[in-house]
Every structure is written in structure tokens, then in C-alpha cells.
Design a protein. Structure first.
Ligand SMILES: [Zn+2]
Length: 71
């Protein structure tokens, strides 16, 4: 899950932009999501590249392996 590095929670994160890129009109090639924390105003970006199976996090967000608290 993606959390805000300042607030250390995902509770206030909003996805402000989400894009899925297609290759050859069918396969999902890349996923790009832009996050904004409504509590502190931090922003960050999550990108998943299917080609290299790589996840990239930039900005004031981080990915944790914790399960969501309210799941
Ligand atoms: Zn925050």
C-alpha cells in the first residue's frame, strides 16, 4: 500500500491522477498514479512498469508491505 511519509498513514491520500498505458491495445504496460495527501499537502507518484516488473515511488509517499488497517 502507499502511505504518506509525513503522516505515515494512507488515510488521507487521494489519487489525483491515474493512468494505464496499453501496449498493442491489449496488454497493460505501465500504471501511473499520482497521490496527494489531503492532510499535509504532500504529493507523490507511483509507477508500475510491467516490462521490467518494477515499481517506482517518487515524492512524499512510500510503499509499505503493511496490510491496510481497515481492511
Ligand atoms: Zn501527509
Amino acid at each position: 500500500m502507499i502511505t504518506c511519509t509525513n503522516c505515515e498513514t494512507a488515510q488521507f491520500l487521494q489519487i489525483t491522477q491515474s493512468r494505464v498505458y496499453f501496449e498493442d491495445g491489449e496488454m497493460i504496460n505501465e500504471i501511473s498514479e499520482t497521490y496527494e495527501c489531503t492532510l499535509c499537502g504532500a504529493t507523490g507518484r507511483y509507477v508500475y512498469d510491467d516490462d521490467s516488473d518494477e515499481e517506482t515511488i517518487t515524492g512524499d509517499v512510500e510503499q509499505t508491505t503493511e496490510r491496510p488497517k481497515y481492511a
